[in-house]
Design a protein around this ligand. Sequence first.
Ligand code: ATP
Length: 707
Amino acid sequence: FEPAKYIEDLQGHWAAEGGNASYALLTRCFVLVNSTQSRIKIVDTLVNLLRVIIEGDPSSLLPTVWLATNAISPPYISLELGLGGSAISKALKNVCGLDSKSLKALYDKVGDAGDVAFEAKKKQSFTLRKPKPLTIQGVYQSLVKIASTQGTGSGEIKQRIVDRLLQDARGAEESRYVVRTLCQHLRIGAVKTTMLIALSRAFLLSRPPGADFPLKSRAELAGLKKEALAEVWSKAEEVVKACFAKRPNYNDLIPVLLEIGVCDELLVRCGLALHIPLRPMLGSITRDLSEMLTKLQGRDFSCEYKYDGQRAQVHCDSEGKVSIFSRHLELMTDKYPDLVAIIPKIRGDGVSSFIMEGEVVAVDQESGDLKTFQTLANRARKDVAIGSVKVNVCMFAFDLMYLNGEPLLDRPFRERRELLRSLFTEVPNQFTWVKSIDATSQDSETVLEFFKSATDVKCEGIMVKILDNLPNTKLTDEPDENPEIKEAAPEPRAKASKGKKKANSKASEKEPEKKTRRKALLSTYEPDKRLDSWLKVKKDYSTTFDTLDLIPIAGWHGQGRKSKWWSPILLAVRNEETGSLEAVCKCISGFTDTFYKANKEFYEEGGEHVLGGKPSYVDYEGGHPDVWFEPQEVWEMAFADITLSPVYTAAIGLVSDERGLSLRFPRFLKKRDDKSIDEASTSEFLAGLWRKQEEKAPGAVKEVKDE
Ligand code: ATP
């Protein structure tokens, strides 16, 4: 995981020939994507770009994908650009001849650094030297160079690279996207979320010169009915997504795609691998035990304590090398040397290599009593010397995904758990199994007792997991005789009125209907999926309503006692399809004075975390906040109900043509430092909660104007 090694490996992908695809091409794609609200057009634009590159300059495909997804390496290779806002400002001054005052005026006017670069470049009347047209590879290599330059003098070297990129950017649009890329805020979320879909389609239609994998011809596709066409797309999409869930690194995926295209062999060539984290399986929320018991009727399941710690994916190879990854796929081996040290003790005789998962929890070393998540959070982040560990931890293992060279993902959970518990050894207060009981829906009292015992020892609640597949359940997409598999009716979705709000048109537009089938709940490990085969029941849910993870986006000057702080604060959900943030409520409750103070300091007027005005990617027409925050935090919020609202735009077009959704009595619970804004609740999720609420008590919650 050495950055230097990563860069060396990357060189192999940069062909001696080719590599000339211009950055202008990528910029054009960004501009087109940004100018449309149509999801179909976004996907098509991206597919067209990828096809041009695949056929014309395949060696530029990998950098294209990294740049379009606004990253330079997978999360587990920590390669940070580490550029402060000042480097960008300096470059704008150096290259565009702006003084500090006019630069500040521009920031105040447009807010986003990329938009500042756009305006500045438009006004630029001279060039210091003849620009050399930027290529996609060149820009990507510059980023990698910036990230890998360290030590004395690195500041100047980085500045020179930034200056040169801005000098060579032709025109205002290229400058905008170069700067947004340098700030790591591309502001085109839709490109990131559709990349795998676009790749799967592009490789059905195009191949690089010299490759001979079969393609779908235009005539063949044109002859297909809507549903058959959707089937072709979705099959390819599933394969590519499955690969990326098991091995989330474009450096592995793209070269194999270029060689063999989208086919089943891709799953073999790009499967699970030691020391590369797979994307974890996630649990679906249930409101309470009774909803969980209803959902799992007729099935055997395991109830496990839901510990409040940090998820850990532990990889160990036959040489004994250990890697530990976080839920977000970051490498954290250095954080847990004590865990690394016990691996030889837990590994039984028959085990050579494995990937296992568990929750790492702070515990009292003597008694083994669980401590809070806050205690664990106080543990140093990195490079903890084993003798200086102050917060003791225990790993509560709950799954085994790989053993002795063989992936176990397709095995039923009961079997994976049996292997885990029989082949590994517990170490008191350092390594053990999650506490669990096996049950069925008939055992409601036992389950309730177990739930209570979990919350008594400070667990968040329980995780409930299906133990076995139903007999004859097929793991493939072949037609199935199983009675539990039914054609599911498409989710009802209100049609949005044309040209209404920005989010409307995109949300209402549909691709050819995908044939969705409700499959029997499987007990297999499904990377990157949130399915009902893993359910979570939290103690919070049993007393209150669901919570939402929202993004604070703006604030007003408080009144009276709160006049020194921001209050109320405007919060938003994320529209996954458009990449925009949709305002959902203002909040004034749940904050302490200490919180208000810290919040005001963080979002200080004129400071680096606030914007000069309302950003284009925010959807809110309900007023004029005094300050717009740079979206970067996720706050967990409780609330009484969800209401239709004429003011807020969240989920507009999903439940009503004209109305968005808002929250009544929103209350701040806690910051979710473990979540990035890409993981905040989506408008789809909010709409789902609203539908659930309506099913329970239709029309009970009336529309409100503004809470
Ligand atoms: P949450 O808001 O509950 O933390 P999340 O989105 O972070 O949700 P979920 O998949 O929804 O993640 O909840 C599962 C998380 O609970 C896991 O990521 C893991 O860290 C933790 N956990 C604790 N105990 C268990 C267990 N026995 N099995 C699985 N996950 C567990």
